[in-house]
Design a protein around this ligand. Structure first.
Ligand SMILES: NC(=O)c1ccc[n+]([C@@H]2O[C@H](COP(=O)([O-])OP(=O)(O)OC[C@H]3O[C@@H](n4cnc5c(N)ncnc54)[C@H](O)[C@@H]3O)[C@@H](O)[C@H]2O)c1
Length: 285
């Protein structure tokens, strides 16, 4: 999509981080935005930060894991603006470090509901409308961990690999039936946002995670090297230049190269170069 002026774009999870920066920058570029978050207060804060307050927008508080609410939102957007040109499925959550052994099915269901199903609902609800436009896009936010696996984050990684699989399959379908629609797979590296601070404590891990102090969190956040504003710039310029895989930040580019060069050995290389054992917060069971 070469320019965003007057385009109608839906973005989920705009109350913080990458989503907030995308909303501010796309509004500055003249887009009419349909904005979502499940946190009413932070959604309102983002709306107050939009530089062009005179450009119409629509906002709705709902949980992206709620299929009915997402479809209702897509209908509201169409009714309000009469068209949809793009959608960015950005809302996502993380779980604190936990081994596969201790990971509960409840936690799997929770994270899949938001990260995976939220992305599927957004894509499917908006696709028929977007296809009617002369040009359009769907941008689904995966992660560096949709490119590489990582210890103690199996559930998060699985949702993000699934998003990449969905994107790559849908992209091929669009090449066959609607080449004017671009499917962007977004892979941020470490971005300075609230994602780690707001991560959910896995069921049964309350005691261990309570011992994780601010210093440990700061350790995790050391890997967050790119600002959300810069991340939004990279994503927007990738959508403009019709890039299908958008690596956000030098760490994401590096990880992508590593996995392609050493598809099997990369896990050993990552283990050697990082102190993953530090992430292990639980006792032997
Ligand atoms: N920050 C990083 O290092 C990083 C790296 C790779 C990928 N990502 C991905 O980027 C996306 C944005 O994350 P961020 O880092 O900006 O996080 P963030 O926590 O700063 O912002 C996420 C926003 O999504 C909202 N949200 C969460 N669950 C929701 C739900 N069920 N329904 C509606 N809104 C919901 C939150 O309220 C919040 O405003 C996520 O998909 C995340 O997985 C982030």
């Amino acid at each position: 999509m070469k320019q965003f002026k007057d385009k109608v774009i839906s973005i989920t999870g705009v109350g913080s981080g990458i989503g907030r920066s995308l909303a501010v920058k796309l509004n500055a570029a003249g887009a009419r935005l349909a904005l979502n978050d499940y946190n009413a207060k932070s959604l309102q804060e983002t709306i107050s930060m939009l530089p062009n307050q005179d450009i119409p927008h629509l906002s709705k508080v709902f949980d992206v894991a709620d299929r009915e609410a997402f479809y209702q939102f897509s209908e509201d957007v169409l009714q309000r603006f009469g068209q949809v040109d793009g959608c960015i499925n950005n809302a996502g959550v993380a779980l604190g470090a936990v081994s596969v052994n201790r990971l509960s099915y409840e936690d799997f269901d929770w994270i899949f509901g938001i990260n995976f199903w939220g992305m599927v609902y957004g894509s499917k609800a908006f696709l028929p409308t977007i296809k009617k436009q002369e040009e359009g896009f769907i941008a689904n936010v995966s992660s560096i961990f949709g490119i590489t696996g990582i210890a103690y984050q199996a559930a998060y990684c699985t949702t993000k690999f699934a998003i990449r699989g969905f994107n790559e399959s849908l992209r091929m379908e669009m090449h066959v039936e609607a080449p004017h629609i671009k499917i962007h797979s977004i892979h941020p590296g470490g971005i300075k946002t609230n994602i780690a601070r707001d991560s959910k404590v896995a069921v049964g891990m309350e005691e261990q995670m309570a011992q994780q102090d601010d210093q440990q969190l700061a350790e995790i956040e050391k890997a967050f090297i790119t600002s959300p504003e810069k991340a939004a710039d990279i994503i927007i310029s990738g959508i403009k230049s019709k890039k299908e895989r958008i690596m956000v930040g030098p760490d994401a580019k590096k990880a992508d190269r590593l996995v392609r060069m050493f598809p099997e050995k990369y896990t050993g290389i990552l283990l050697k170069n990082s102190d993953l054992a530090k992430l292990r917060v639980e006792e032997d069971t």
